[in-house]
Write a protein that binds this ligand. Structure first.
Ligand code: TYD
Length: 138
């Protein structure tokens, strides 16, 4: 996780199947889009507009974030640089690799953030103190 930077954070196009008969869209996330096998899926919803989620980095876990509905901002930091990405399309996924600090805020009403994670939940994989994160990158 030491060497990853925000340049390793990628916005991925999720293949979209547009129905020829106007029945709406379907997006598929299959193994080849991701560089890892998904071991866990979770989602955030009913997040108040003034609330902030995240506020941590992972030692090993990779995550793909998708705004299934609505919008929110993701701030990613690598200890030197930071970038803010607005997610507001269900056919775009933000791949956050290990060793990247992330904060999610500005949730719109009805926003749903889907997360596809490469690891099962393990609190030992979290760095929740920003100063500890900076030390880990140093
Ligand atoms: P937290 O990491 O604070 O959420 P976020 O980063 O999205 O703001 O997690 C909130 C609580 O949920 C915390 O007690 C840990 C628990 N949790 C699980 O039990 N399993 C999981 O897969 C996740 C992501 C969180």
């Amino acid at each position: 996780m030491k060497t990853t930077t925000i340049d390793n954070v990628e916005l991925i196009d999720i293949p979209k199947i547009i129905d020829e008969k106007g029945r709406g869209n379907l997006c598929v996330i299959e193994g080849y889009i991701l560089k890892y096998n998904v071991k866990r899926t979770y989602y955030l919803f009913d997040v108040p507009s003034d609330a902030s989620r995240g506020g941590h980095a992972h030692i090993a876990c990779h995550e793909l974030l998708v705004a299934l509905s609505g919008s929110f901002d993701v701030v990613v930091k690598d200890g030197e640089n930071s970038r803010t990405i607005t997610l507001n399309k269900p056919d775009k996924g933000l791949l956050i690799v290990d060793g990247i600090w992330r904060e999610l805020d500005n949730f719109s009403s009805g926003a749903v953030c889907l997360v596809l994670a490469s690891e099962k939940y393990d609190e030992a994989d979290y760095i929740r103190d920003y100063n500890v994160f900076l030390e880990s990158k140093g």
